[in-house]
Design a binder for this molecule. Structure first.
Ligand code: BTN
Length: 250
């Protein structure tokens, strides 16, 4: 795969698809993918969210896209660097184009405006043996959708700004931001985590979290380069993986 093309120079536009991530994975498996290609759809019939959830989105209202990256040469052990890069890119694009209050990253990869979720990210990796060959960064940004029937914590740029948002301008900025943070990712530079932690939702605040059937209280201190969340519980710093605990929000 050629590595030269800037991310977002080639966009495959679809009106309807099961999931842009699935489409991107099919391109990779058929040997038809190139680094930097983006797949965007107006509507997904089987949009995928984190932890096997479905990502619902009204037709043409939101930005739904997947970015294909060539990851050969990068260590899978550092896959959380890519997660940090993706979160920072989405947050950067949102903060650059709009006056949105309080944009933050909720560990591991939700983008929040205040206490509401504005965007979600689903990264899927492709391996050949132990080699990390490709990553698909799936990004869903709630743009002009106003009602979120079963999701009381969701919001959109429109809901936050009371403006009708031009999707094209947001997408262009998103690619600028992704290209900017991809350069830092390429250097495998830990500064990504400084930025990530600076933007971390609820950082240094007391939170409740659930581990299996128990509920604990602690202070959220940060996220490590491996993607573990660090919570201070009674003067001890504890580290947890995603899926091991759930942050309990009011
Ligand atoms: C989450 O649960 O927060 C992650 C949501 C990711 C949704 C996006 S929409 C475009 C891409 N295609 C998918 O099927 N999912 C991602």
């Amino acid at each position: 795969m050629l590595k030269k093309m800037p991310i977002g120079d080639t966009i495959i536009e679809l009106s309807e698809i099961d999931s842009t991530n699935n489409y991107a994975m099919r391109l990779i498996n058929e040997g038809m993918a190139e680094h930097g290609v983006v797949v965007r759809a107006d509507f997904q019939t089987e949009g995928k969210g984190q932890l096997g959830n479905t990502w619902h989105s009204e037709e043409r209202k939101n930005l739904l896209l997947s970015v294909i990256l060539d990851t050969t040469g990068f260590s899978l052990e550092r896959q959380f660097y890519l997660n940090a890069m993706a979160c920072l890119s989405v947050a950067d694009a949102l903060m650059t184009n709009y006056t949105l209050r309080d944009i933050s990253i909720k560990w591991p990869n939700d983008i929040y405006a205040g206490n509401r979720k504005l965007a979600g990210i689903l990264i899927e990796n492709n391996l050949r043996g132990n080699t990390w060959t490709n990553a698909i960064i799936g990004i869903g940004i709630n743009v002009n959708q106003v009602n979120f029937p079963d999701l009381n914590r969701a919001t959109s740029i429109r809901n936050e700004t009371s403006q009708d948002i031009k999707m094209g301008a947001l997408m262009k900025q998103l690619f600028r931001s992704i290209n900017k943070f991809y350069e830092i990712f390429k250097q495998q530079n830990e500064s990504l985590f400084e930025f990530y932690n600076q933007m971390l939702y609820m950082r240094n605040q007391e939170i409740l979290f659930q581990k299996r059937y128990e509920i604990f209280k602690g202070i959220l201190k940060g996220v490590s380069t491996e993607g573990l969340i660090e919570i201070q519980v009674e003067n001890k710093l504890k580290r947890f993986m995603h899926k091991e605990i759930e942050l309990m929000l009011e």
